[in-house]
Design a protein around this ligand. Structure first.
Ligand code: ADP
Ligand code: MG
Length: 278
């Protein structure tokens, strides 16, 4: 990631550092208008039964590259992704994507805002074939294309490409419900890849995958990175986090414990103490 972009008014632009102490009112770590960051949250709040799952969270997402979200179970990682993708309504604060402040993101709008995501608990159309699961996301995207009947050849070619990419071409006639756990995860990743957006959010895409499939998903995330996309993934495995991510966001009880370049953040004593437990 480019951390040396120049700022017209300063020789040295501040790079992401430790968040303010928990409970303090933190200034955003980056000045507004900083083009290195595609998304930021300010004071983002989500409560369940009065308890804050995401607690006045201010964080930033680099425009390019892979960002991991880490934190103990229940620290608000999935809730954060649900808020960023409009699956859950926001109780307070703001999400800004490419400079546009959004108080409410409807799930159906999220591609418009340039966001797509996968779920920790895979969500597919179970009673549809693998093939149709891909086609519905592809064709739902463009009303204009549908009107002009630019289907099916264009979409079919793309659907085939996506299924081959995730290694599910041979399974295209199977119902989604009959796939193995790993295959279901791969199909969900393929559905996310079928969206041409700016921000891809993956909730534990590697959880429970066998090594071959794990390598495949790793390759897909790196491909998105090579295309200049912003990618977020939630993960617990430190080897995967170090291998894949450029940037990291560390959550603790719904609050930001740290964010910044991955190796630098993981070396901070407070992160090691709070999260890595050593
Ligand atoms: P993580 O993904 O980091 O494990 P979650 O975001 O799933 O954490 O959960 C954060 C907190 O919010 C937890 O205490 C969890 O029980 C609670 N929570 C998450 N989703 C819901 C929900 N739909 N209803 C009620 N509580 C929820
Ligand atoms: Mg989760």
């Amino acid at each position: 990631m480019n951390e040396t972009a120049t700022d017209a008014n300063s020789e040295e632009r501040p790079v992401p550092r430790m968040a303010a102490p928990l409970g303090a009112t933190a200034a955003p770590p980056h000045p507004t208008g900083n083009d290195d960051f595609i998304l930021r949250t300010e004071g983002l709040l989500k409560r369940f039964a009065g308890v804050a799952a995401v607690d006045h969270l201010s964080m930033t997402l680099p425009r390019k590259g892979i960002t991991s979200i880490v934190g103990p179970n229940g620290s608000g990682k999935s809730t954060l992704i649900n808020l960023l993708s409009g699956i859950l309504p926001i109780d307070g604060g703001m999400v800004t994507i490419d400079g546009i402040a959004l108080r409410a993101i409807m799930p159906s709008d999220s591609p418009t805002h340039g966001v797509t995501r996968t779920f920790q608990e895979v969500r597919l159309f179970d009673q549809m074939t693998v093939w149709d699961n891909i086609l519905v996301t592809l064709t739902a995207r463009s009303v204009v294309d549908s009107l002009l009947e630019l289907t099916p050849a264009k979409y079919e070619a793309r659907a085939r490409e996506l299924l081959e990419t995730v290694g599910l071409w041979g399974k295209r006639r199977d119902l989604a419900v009959n796939l193995s756990y790993g295959q279901r995860k791969l199909l969900e990743v393929a559905r996310a890849l079928s969206m041409d957006v700016k921000i891809y959010l993956f909730d534990e895409p590697f959880a429970g995958l066998f090594p071959v499939m794990l390598e495949r998903v790793k390759g897909l995330l790196n491909e998105l990175k090579a295309q200049g996309k912003a990618i977020i993934f939630i993960e617990h495995n430190m080897d995967l986090i170090r291998a894949l991510s450029d940037y990291i966001i560390v959550l603790d009880s719904g609050e930001l414990l740290a964010e910044g370049e991955v190796n630098e953040v993981l070396a901070r004593p407070e992160v090691i103490k709070a999260y890595l437990g050593t």
